[in-house]
Design a protein around this ligand. Sequence first.
Ligand SMILES: Cc1cc2nc3c(=O)[nH]c(=O)nc-3n(C[C@H](O)[C@H](O)[C@H](O)COP(=O)(O)OP(=O)(O)OC[C@H]3O[C@@H](n4cnc5c(N)ncnc54)[C@H](O)[C@@H]3O)c2cc1C
Length: 388
Amino acid sequence: MAERTVPHYDVIIIGAGSVGAPAAFSLAQAGVHPLVIDRLPSVGQGSNKRAIGGIRATHSDPAKIRLSLRSIEIFSTWQERYGDDIEWYKGGYSFVAYRESEEKVLKDLLDIQHSYQLNIHWLDKDDLLEVIPALNPDGLIGGTYASEDGNASPLLAIHAFYRHAQRLGAEFHFDEAVTGIIVKGGRVRGVKADKGEYGADVVIDAAGAWARPVAQMAGLDVPVRSDSHEAAITESVGRFLDPMVVDIRPLVGSTNYYFYQHYTGQVVFCITPSPHIWGDDVRETSSFLPMVARRMVDVMPRLKNIRVRRTWRGLYPMTPDGFPIVGWSEELEGFLFAVGMCGQGFMLGPGVGELLTCLVKEDLSPEDDEVLKYLSPYREFVGQEKLQ
Ligand SMILES: Cc1cc2nc3c(=O)[nH]c(=O)nc-3n(C[C@H](O)[C@H](O)[C@H](O)COP(=O)(O)OP(=O)(O)OC[C@H]3O[C@@H](n4cnc5c(N)ncnc54)[C@H](O)[C@@H]3O)c2cc1C
């Protein structure tokens, strides 16, 4: 009897999210034929749609800096190149310091940031107040300012990647869950899903907060845990703020928080809860609002009467050290990790997508090798990201 044949692709990507969609676009652009499978009904319905849209190259390590620089190049030129308005806005990022401890952390990072040619500067109090006049001057020491960072719409951006990936031949299956990885002769041969089987010699785990169960289907493990974060959006008010403001002071209830004013006037904000809220509960609450409101009004007193319109919760796919995990499995040939994006998967996605294409095409530059060394699935996971 003839052997049953299954549809065959060059690459199968599990997850049509912040990483999977731009990866499909980049692969298709390079002439690779990918199938993207997502169990949710359409593109970006996992963590991507919960992101608040911040995009920065202001990081503390070479890997995230390099990947974000690639991403910023893609986001900032997208409309010019492909015609879609993804609401890219070059408003900048400012990490503010009200205590010497944060001043030291931020100033110490400038060396590495400058060594990767980031356009970032330390501004003392008066200069920073010229850029962000609404900051509370009491106790303000200063802060970093990176004018080339910005924000874009996670919804519009992922739809743009999706549409152009399709135009270039990528296929997408929604409402279909991957349930197993097909392994034969010690290497990946495809995936089993609840609606069929598909063949491929490369399978990419881009399953975000669900990356670990997907790796386990292949008999592998990867240290990604899902962590709930809460965010909110206010009513629209007249423009008063350009950069994303980040306050990294750990206080009771939160390790940091960040906010910006969308160019249409709403203030969008998000906190990193302390302790972590591990698990995949995305039922929104408003219980974080009093705490974050106090912090925000303290840093920006004019926010005290602004009305919050909506809150939501989403998941960070966290790793033990706060850095993503990207690279081939050493135990299973053909299985590629693109997971653990923590709180930066939207901004890292396009850069990671290009890196995955270079991995699949075996066309890595020395810079790519450096990035992959930092993000190796086999690193020690000691140390901690300083600008999570
Ligand atoms: C409140 C909040 C604010 C944030 N703000 C920012 C920000 O300003 N900037 C930024 O860069 N990042 C931000 N993030 C983080 C960002 O949203 C994530 O890092 C990013 O979305 C992760 O991308 P991903 O592709 O790994 O996962 P996702 O986008 O979640 O995609 C993974 C996909 O895999 C699918 N999947 C899982 N298992 C299976 C399976 N078995 N079969 C088929 N499909 C499967 C899921 O359905 C999902 O669609 C924020 C996150 C939150 C929660």
